[in-house]
Write a protein that binds this ligand. Structure first.
Ligand code: GLN
Length: 229
């Protein structure tokens, strides 16, 4: 695919709403992932067209060739490496459980036993729930972060798994939300840009090269600070 100015144009999948990495603001798509990839495109001479999708649909869409790449706060995991190639890591993250503001009993994974947990389809959090709480907690799977958050706010669930930077940002910008972070970080992981395994090697190389430049020239930190300070 070429854009009007003859530059290569990549179709990039991203999550529907995963602030501060990707979300809609004033009807425009924005966030750390969006700005990073656009800045890398400028440096490396390509353009991007973003296709927001439920997270669970992103790797399948990559596999079927609908997408050239994915940037969606996706954690680098060994399991995913069987079907995708990851860029160098671009952000450190990890999982926490969020609970209703009125809850003072859920502080560890063990405390979730016998409780109602909600997770987001296809995420590392869903996998963590499956590995650690299957048969011990009631686990419901939703398609997006907003739905898991709402379930906890409305006491339809006791807890939801979410990435720490996402829920921390969400609470910071909406202090009236009826949720808080209940646990310590349950996992540590890093986000990576993804392409289909064995394909789009040149896009992966451009990403890594551009990321390195943005880190060296301070632009990476500027983008991150803009959304987290
Ligand atoms: N980092 C988590 C994962 O990769 C969640 C990503 C997301 O919800 N966009 O599974």
């Amino acid at each position: 695919n070429k854009s009007a100015n003859g530059k290569k144009k990549y179709t990039i999948g991203t999550d529907t709403s995963f602030p501060p990495f990707e979300y809609k603001k004033d009807s425009k798509y924005t966030g750390i992932d969006i700005e990073l990839l656009e800045a890398i495109g400028k440096l490396e001479g390509f353009e991007v067209e973003f296709k927001p999708m439920d997270f669970g649909g992103l790797i399948p869409a990559l596999q079927s060739g609908q997408l050239d790449g994915v940037i969606a706060g996706a954690s680098i995991t060994e399991e995913r490496k069987k079907s995708v190639d990851f860029s160098d890591p671009y952000y450190e993250s990890g999982l926490v459980a969020l609970v209703n503001k009125g809850n003072s009993t859920i502080k560890t994974v063990k405390d979730l036993e016998g409780k109602r947990l909600v997770v987001k389809n296809g995420t590392a959090g869903a996998k963590f729930a499956e590995d650690n709480l299957k048969g011990k907690a009631t686990i419901r799977v939703f398609e997006d972060s907003a739905s898991t958050l709402k379930a906890v706010e409305n006491n339809q669930a006791d807890a939801a798994f979410e990435d720490y930077p996402v829920i921390a940002y969400t609470i910071k910008v909406n202090p009236n939300l009826n949720v808080k972070i209940g646990t310590e970080k349950l996992t540590n992981n890093e986000y990576g840009f993804m392409v289909k395994k064995g394909e789009n090697k040149e896009l992966l190389e451009k990403f890594n090269k551009g990321l390195k430049t943005l880190k060296e020239n301070g632009e990476y930190q500027k983008i991150v600070d803009k959304y987290t300070k």
